[in-house]
Write a protein that binds this ligand. Structure first.
Ligand code: C2E
Ligand code: CA
Ligand code: CA
Length: 567
């Protein structure tokens, strides 16, 4: 008879175990510590590698169904119970299922003492924590919620060491080509490749589909993390060879120094996700060590992208069309303007309101997201609208509009240009389309089609940024643009270097002999103007004649009658 449960015999307890068996997913047990006898719900027999639902020599027979790495943990726990250190047992460890897979269990039990006060029975319940996503039975590792529990106990400051988030590269193609079951096999073997390289003070978790997290709180350095990654990669290569190259795959890793993490567990997950993504962006089969600066740039990019989406969906709020004057190189008279897009963050964007973002930053984001299609269309209409309004004051005023390749290849931009010109009753020769010079200008079929369509309809075609890229002289004759814009970087080089100056002189001479005009961009000072005058360009655009201005300011400075006379 035991003190704590006076009135209930051990036999009756065993009956309770069996009585509740059909009603539970968990398993009740009675462990008689004195007789080394174990009794467990009979449904556990169908799941685990148990010898029977009741057996003697329990301590020895644990080896049959407890995962070998965890036997020591269990035996230490039993020692603590026997030496009165613990009266309640609560342990996460692994049992083997009937196929020999390691299954995470949480075993909890209460110690019942005999009349002499010695530990006599351990009575309690076992549940599979994998069922609660605390562990993952495919890889045999603890899962994300266990990682969260483990990391959260440290709050916001972690012991020194590192986190390493590991991902299998292109795992979906393994699943897709060889099936989910084979994918599970790869996951399991990869988990083993990782586990076997870890020291006992490093912990491993499986977090999502094909990602694992190593937590090292034992003071190891980032250099140690590099070395560990190399070992893991070697183990995976060895496994691939052993597996007779049935599938060849690689792993990438994002590494975080625990000292630089802010934001506790959420911070760890966010930053490690970024670090792993960077490792994959840098070509996979490699590691990336988290850098705050790069992360800040990523966060900024994400915020601006959100702001751009918001603006596009709110009537282009925050976008503005600016205009920069273009003058005749001989008379300095205004001939027209280049329309240039501007974007300012509004307060709803959740980022510093009122910040003006440079086109060099937001145009690539518009292109990446495809938002350049609606904004480009909006710009086109703004520019054509202003051109038609300003022609009332300066009848041969022309406007230049920049087009992105995304607009050309993924939208009906030619139709949009022609329709806008028609709606504004403009002469098509008043509109110039600027296309950046690049190596495939003459071969890309979308560009060819646009180019031919614009020409047929009398719209001017301008080859932009000449001298920055391929400077494909051969295609100048074939493409036959209306004029060529020489980029400021080329202009600057020509001002400072005799060879570049010779080159620019020849390009201009050749263009003129082909009947093409030249616009020199980026003239800032009178000296620059004088130095370049004898190259005989046709048009000039640069701060010396005017910066890009808002509609109102451009009107005041260049359009309204009193000022037009000054031009
Ligand atoms: P871009 O087409 O080469 O435009 C000329 C750029 O040179 C403008 O920069 C203009 O402000 C700058 N610039 C003009 N004169 C001077 C000068 O004297 N000195 C210096 N240092 N710079 C000068 P911005 O406005 O920052 O635009 C940058 C680029 O963004 C443009 O280069 C163009 O590629 C792109 N972009 C701007 N607006 C649009 C647009 O509506 N659509 C598309 N697709 N791209 C645009
Ligand atoms: Ca341009
Ligand atoms: Ca340009």
């Amino acid at each position: 008879m035991y003190k704590e449960i006076a009135g209930i015999s051990e036999k009756q307890l065993e009956s309770v175990v069996e009585l509740f068996n059909p009603c539970m997913d968990d398993y009740l047990y009675v462990f008689d510590l004195k007789r080394d006898y174990y009794r467990i719900s009979s449904n556990a027999l169908t799941r685990f590698a148990l010898p029977s639902d009741s057996f003697y020599d329990a301590t020895e027979k644990h080896k049959l169904f407890v995962y070998s790495d965890d036997i020591d943990i269990l035996q230490n726990e039993l020692k603590s119970i026997m030496s009165h250190e613990k009266s309640f047992h609560d342990l996460h460890y692994r049992w083997l299922d009937k196929e020999g897979n390691a299954i995470w269990i949480n075993c909890r039990g209460r110690v019942i003492y005999d009349e002499n006060g010695a530990p006599g029975l351990l009575v309690g319940c076992i549940n599979e924590i994998g069922n609660k996503q605390k562990a993952d039975n495919i890889s045999g590792l603890l899962g994300e919620s266990s990682l969260s529990e483990y990391v959260k106990q440290y709050g916001d400051t972690f012991p020194s060491g590192f986190f390493m988030r590991i991902g299998i590269d292109d795992f979906s193609s393994i699943n897709g080509n060889l099936g989910m079951k084979y994918g599970d096999f790869i996951l399991k073997r990869t988990a083993e490749c990782i586990s076997k390289n870890l020291r006992c003070d490093q912990k491993l978790f499986r977090i999502v589909a094909d990602e694992f997290m190593i937590v090292d709180f034992s003071g190891n350095s980032i250099k140690d993390a590099h070395e560990l990654y190399r070992q893991l990669r070697q183990s995976v290569s060895d496994f691939i060879e052993e597996n007779k190259y049935q599938t060849v795959y690689t792993i990438s890793a994002g590494i975080l120094d625990t000292a630089i993490i802010t934001g506790g567990y959420e911070g760890v997950m966010k930053l490690s996700e970024f670090a792993l993504k960077e490792a994959k962006n840098e070509g996979k089969n490699s590691y990336y060590v988290f850098e705050q600066e790069k992360y800040d740039a990523f966060v900024r990019k994400r915020k601006i992208t959100r702001a751009l989406h918001h603006a596009v969906n709110n009537n282009f709020e925050g976008f503005e069309a600016y205009f920069q004057p273009i003058v005749d190189a001989k008379t300095y008279n205004l001939i027209g303007a280049e329309a240039l897009m501007r974007f300012t963050l509004t307060s709803e964007d959740g980022v510093t309101p009122g910040e003006r973002i440079s086109p060099a930053e937001f145009i690539p984001l518009l292109e990446d997201t495809g938002l350049i299609i609606p904004t480009g269309k909006w710009m086109l209409n703004e520019a054509i609208d202003m051109c038609s309004k300003w022609q009332k004051y300066i009848p041969d005023f022309r406007v230049n509009i920049n087009l992105s390749y995304i607009q050309i290849s993924k939208s009906c931009v030619l139709d949009e240009i022609l329709l806008s010109i028609k709606m504004h009753h403009l002469n098509s020769s008043s509109v110039g389309i600027e296309l950046t010079e690049s190596g495939y200008l003459d071969t890309n079929p979308h560009i060819r089609k646009l180019w031919d369509g614009l020409k047929k309809n009398g719209v001017k075609i301008i080859l932009d940024d000449f001298g920055t890229g391929y400077s494909n002289l051969h295609c100048l004759g074939e493409l036959n643009p209306t004029y060529i814009k020489i980029d400021r970087t080329f202009t600057i080089k020509a001002l400072n270097n005799e060879y570049e100056r010779e080159l620019l002189t020849h390009i201009i001479e050749m263009s003129h002999s082909l009947g093409l005009s030249i616009c020199i961009e980026g003239i800032e000072t009178k000296k620059e103007l004088m130095d370049l005058r004898n190259l005989e360009p046709d048009y000039i655009q640069g701060y010396l004649f005017g910066k890009p201005y808002s509609i109102e300011e451009f009107y005041e400075r260049f359009i309204q009658p009193k000022n037009t006379e000054k031009q």
